[in-house]
Design a protein around this ligand. Structure first.
Ligand code: ADP
Length: 397
């Protein structure tokens, strides 16, 4: 079975064609800076690699360019688009409606549309990807894999906010949790690695968006993002946890409109707000040169992660493994070292040499005497989506 994976974001489409169940990646790539004259288009197979700058007007243009290359007589990997059996879509918010991967029909699309109110930065693009894909890959089953689904196991005591019950019962105000596809994938890999299905794990996903999950016996029991992907850790442009009274203060005393507050906290805060840079590599090199803002931002970032590790260890009554993943988690030995320093009370001991070594494989970076494993697990959301799509089509639910 050939499964096309589509991860449509605000200005990018990541894609992969995966053969299942062998998990062989037939081709992969990304269209970035959609809407720009100098959009970046990449396409990679075993024998071909294309990196080009071209105008991509919109998502339709992007997806059509991908589909065209897939069937290109010279460098394509398919005779025709009908060879694709399923298209698996990453959908950020499934609300309370979707606790499982789901075959898409009109009702599912309507529900994803309704949920735009809860994920305005993500669900519209995910839905657009689905609608376009139905038109381009007409023979394929369209499958939605939700970032929130992994967190459906979070118990009430962790998912409810201390507000009157009607806000939960009538308006669905609760912790939903996000990055679930990644947390699920690295959890499964970590459990395989430590060979302990009955385990307590903290997964730390640090990309542009950042989140942490407390996982008991493979199930999410608490998570740092909440009703929307806004709170918890310090992210690229999002503030993470703040005292919500700051919002009232900005509006009542500093003359901000609500939409300006939203922009401030979601697009202009986080590491960008603290340093002027989004990319952690720029912040790390700033810190190395003695830039005080960069040093403080790294300290704040690591400190926040450390606090969540402590709270999840308390919530789970222990921890067997801490798992770092995503762009920053997999690559920033500096941040990992800051997070794992002075954590001996937990039995956590980082091996600095192993931490500094680079690899694209799952790896253990703790000392032999560490009571807690510290793992770096490269995430693979595309493979997780392919596995989910394959499983749904085979079991038929
Ligand atoms: P997204 O949330 O967009 O999927 P990624 O998981 O790809 O994000 O992470 C992107 C971030 O990873 C970049 O903004 C950058 O800060 C960070 N990153 C990538 N490579 C490195 C590296 N070698 N060292 C430190 N940080 C890195």
């Amino acid at each position: 079975m050939k499964v096309m994976i589509i991860n449509a974001g605000s200005s990018s489409i990541k894609y992969q064609l995966i053969r299942m169940p062998s998990e062989a990646v037939v081709c992969q790539g990304i269209v970035e800076r959609i809407g720009a004259k100098d959009a970046i288009f990449t396409y990679k197979t075993d024998t071909t690699e294309i990196n080009k700058t071209m105008e991509i007007k919109n998502h339709r243009d992007g997806l059509e360019s991908i589909a065209k290359l897939l069937v290109d007589p010279k460098i394509g990997v398919l005779k025709n688009a009908g060879e694709i059996d399923a298209v698996g879509h990453r959908v950020v918010h499934g609300g309370n409606s979707f606790s499982e991967t789901t075959i898409i029909d009109q009702k599912v699309k309507d529900k994803i549309d309704e949920l735009i109110a809860l994920a305005p930065l993500h669900n519209p693009h995910n839905l657009e990807g689905i609608v376009l894909s139905e038109k381009i890959f007409t023979h394929a089953r369209q499958i939605a894999v939700f970032d929130t689904a992994f967190h459906h196991t979070i118990p009430s005591k962790a998912k409810r906010y201390a507000m009157p019950h009607t806000f939960y019962e009538e308006h669905g105000i609760q912790v939903y949790g996000f990055h679930g596809i990644s947390h699920q994938y690295v959890t499964d890999r970590a459990i395989e690695y430590i060979k302990k299905p009955e385990s307590k794990i903290v997964t730390v996903h640090l990309g542009n968006g950042c989140s942490m999950t407390a996982v008991v016996n493979g199930k999410s029991v608490d998570h740092s993002l909440g009703f929307t992907p806004s709170n918890g850790l310090i992210m690229g442009t999002r503030s993470g946890d703040i005292d919500h009274a700051i919002i009232f203060y900005l509006v009542d005393n500093l003359g901000y409109s609500l939409s300006e507050v939203k922009t401030l906290l979601t697009k202009e805060s986080g590491m960008l707000g603290l340093t002027g840079h989004i990319d952690l590599r720029d912040i790390q090199s700033g810190a190395e040169k003695g830039d005080k803002d960069c040093i403080l931002a790294l300290e704040m970032n690591a400190y926040r992660i450390k606090k969540y590790i402590g709270s999840y260890a308390a919530a789970m009554n222990g921890v067997d493994a801490i798992v770092f993943t995503a762009g920053i988690g997999e690559n920033s030995s500096i941040l990992r070292a800051m997070v794992c320093s002075q954590m001996e009370f937990l039995g956590l001991e980082l091996d600095t040499k192993k931490n500094d070594a680079r690899s694209a494989q799952i790896r253990e970076i703790n000392t032999p005497t560490s009571k807690v494993k510290i793992l770096v697990v490269p995430t693979n959301e595309e493979l997780e989506i392919a596995k989910e799509a394959y499983s749904v089509l085979n079991t038929g639910y």
